[in-house]
Design a protein around this ligand. Structure first.
Ligand code: HEM
Ligand code: HEM
Length: 571
């Protein structure tokens, strides 16, 4: 740790160790000690789900390190060359792009080349997976609520960048799979009304595939996207430290404190350990699990597309949506312009809606809740039934689409008709999310009722007692104060109340129609609700059970506690 004082004193007062002296040297020139001291004391709440963001962060570090290695050997060029390497023998003399050749040569001739490629690819898959799981954690616990809406937006932009990084990287080797992926992108870009064909020419530098796309994707992949991601991750983490982390509900945790462990030594040690574990696991995966062995597919050629070709998992849903949409005949011609609905809907409109919902959610939810207060204690998903159900419904649609991208594999593995599978999935795409929504909402409300029951009557003990007068009762064990706090301490918003359409003099109010719409949405969110237990009910229940303990804030169970500055209130 940096030495904290600016000293004009005798050297004998200063640090004696080498590290201490180096820290002191730096501190005297930068005053960094103040920042280090402030950070070291910061309290971080502890929960396994906070690791997901860390996995994203550390796999990004692995991506940069392995990607740096790949840039030394990869040749971002579409020049036509002949393969003259020894391995694989089947490719000798074959014509291919320099990009493909360098990928194969890197895999067979560069020491550690294949390992690095595989580490890079596995890290990319884990990177996107951890980001999405991290986003689920944020979503289902309501961590995006004020004051973290901006950080949600920063995160959502990073998700888009991560997908773009994955897609651009996947395209670089210029093999038959990635080339066909680009072919689909070309079709999708061309389907955009009015500007589509111009845009495709702009992107590919002429007719597809041309000679420019790989060098362009290379610049985007190794420079533009990583640069933006590094800047945004810095902003993301800066905001997280500034706002302090949220915490799960539990013993003594409120919106005004942070309970957890200090950054130094506990959290920094844990994070360093996690980094080595994640880097180690990714290296092990790269060393033992083959991925994207492009020489088995061959260089790009538009003709040999076979069954069983899939993109990386995070693009599956777009591929699946394309496969589910009715075929090439679905076109509208308006004023001489052709609209290819079979491409526009699945690949432009559906992802467009998905990302609009993603970006807008925190703002829409704040509006329908009518809540302007800050929230630092996380929601339990059951206490926000519509949010939880909507998340599960969207995820179900995502899964159905992803499954549809494997329709050919399902058909060949299970000897089923591909048309039957496609029809089943089409129906499931509409019915699945509705059922998932309904079931999740009912489960959430049921769990809330169960919480209520537990708080008022305690846990069933299974012990039946018979009184002298013949009456049987089951003895219930009352909840301890930590559990009671967890199950009682939440608020359940009611639908928005709005002023009537006309004022006292019968004049129609401006903005009423818009407000009415918001109210309707708010009803959809909060009409079905279970009232949280009130202090009076608790008091009554405990009087009944012979205990007179009012619900007080229980003590903090572990770690350190720090206050946080909270502004704003409930509107
Ligand atoms: C490159 C991608 C990302 C990285 C490296 C990253 C990293 C992190 C880390 C390390 C944390 C603190 C620990 C934790 O809560 O897990 C965090 C918190 C947060 N992230 Fe991300 N994140 C990424 C993407 C996203 C996305 C896609 C979203 C949402 C759309 C998001 C929203 C948030 C929010 C709101 C917080 C504050 C959470 C709280 O205080 O509870 N992040 N992020
Ligand atoms: C931001 C996150 C990144 C993701 C998600 C990502 C993803 C990918 C993927 C999936 C591939 C295909 C790998 C394969 O051939 O099997 C790839 C290739 C490549 N990546 Fe990345 N990458 C990222 C960052 C970087 C960075 C920072 C660099 C450079 C410093 C880099 C350099 C390369 C190079 C040169 C290739 C082509 C070599 C090859 O395909 O074997 N990548 N990337």
């Amino acid at each position: 740790m940096a030495h904290q004082q600016h000293s004009n004193q005798q050297p004998s007062d200063g640090p004696t160790t080498r590290v201490g002296k180096a820290a002191d040297y730096l501190d005297q020139r930068t005053s960094i000690g103040v920042a280090v001291k402030e950070f070291a004391r910061k309290v971080f709440p502890d929960h396994w789900s906070f690791m997901l963001g860390e996995i994203a962060l550390f796999s990004f570090v692995v991506l940069i390190a392995s990607g740096f290695f790949l840039t030394m050997f990869f040749e971002p060029s579409m020049a036509l060359v002949r393969f003259e390497g020894e391995h694989p023998a089947s490719m000798q003399g074959q014509l291919m792009s320099a990009a493909f050749r360098s990928t194969v040569e890197m895999s067979f001739e560069v020491r550690g080349g294949l390992l690095m490629r595989q580490i890079h690819h596995w890290a990319a898959l884990i990177f996107v997976a951890s980001i999405i799981l991290h986003m689920f954690r944020i979503f289902f616990t309501g961590a995006f609520r004020k004051p973290r809406e901006i950080n949600w937006l920063v995160g959502a932009i990073m998700l888009v960048l991560a997908l773009a990084a994955g897609f651009s990287g996947y395209s670089l080797p210029d093999d038959v799979l990635s080339g066909n992926g680009l072919r689909i992108i070309d079709g999708v870009v061309k389907s955009i009304p009015l500007i589509g064909s111009y845009l495709s020419f702009l992107v590919f530098g002429g007719e597809f595939p041309g000679e420019h796309i790989i060098p362009r994707l290379f610049t985007i992949h190794i420079f533009v996207i990583p640069g933006l991601l590094i800047a945004l991750i810095a902003l993301h983490l800066f905001l997280m430290v500034l706002q302090k982390h949220t915490q799960y509900p539990g013993g003594g945790r409120t919106d005004r404190n942070v309970v957890g462990y200090p950054a130094l030594p506990v959290y920094v040690a844990k994070m360093t350990g996690n980094f080595f574990i994640i880097a180690g696991v990714l290296t092990l995966m790269g060393a033992t699990m083959a991925i994207n062995n492009v020489w088995n597919y061959g260089p790009y050629d538009p003709s040999p597309v076979s069954a069983g070709t899939q993109p990386d998992w995070y693009i599956l849903f777009v591929d699946g949506a394309l496969r589910l949409t009715p075929g090439p005949g679905w076109e509208w011609v308006i004023g001489g312009y052709t609209l290819s609905m079979n491409l526009l809907i699945p690949a432009v409109i559906v992802p467009g809606i998905l990302f609009t919902v993603l970006f807008a959610w925190p703002f829409v939810e704040a509006r329908v809740t009518g809540d302007r207060g800050e929230h630092h204690v996380l929601d339990r998903p059951r206490n926000r039934p519509v949010r939880t159900a909507a998340g599960v419904a969207i995820f179900t649609a995502f899964l159905v689409c992803a499954l549809a991208a494997t329709n050919d594999l399902i058909a060949t593995h299970f000897s089923l008709s591909i048309f039957a599978i496609t029809w089943v999935l089409r129906v499931l795409l509409f019915v699945g999310p509705l059922v998932a929504f309904w079931v999740t909402k009912r489960v959430c409300l049921g769990l809330q009722r169960k919480d209520r029951e537990l708080v008022l009557h305690g846990h069933e003990s299974g012990r039946i007692v018979r009184f002298a007068n013949g009456e049987y009762i089951e003895v219930h064990t009352p909840l301890d104060e930590q559990e009671r706090w967890l199950r009682v301490g939440y608020d359940s918003p009611a639908p928005l109340e709005i002023a009537p359409e006309t004022d006292a003099r019968g004049v129609k109010r401006k903005g009423y129609v818009a407000e009415k719409r918001w109210q309707r949405l708010s009803r959809f969110f909060y009409e079905d609700r279970v009232e949280p237990v009130t202090p009076a009910e608790l008091e009554a229940a405990h009087a009944h059970h012979g205990r007179h303990t009012a619900p007080e804030r229980p003590p903090v169970e572990v770690g350190a506690e720090q206050d946080r500055a909270v502004t704003g209130g409930r509107g």
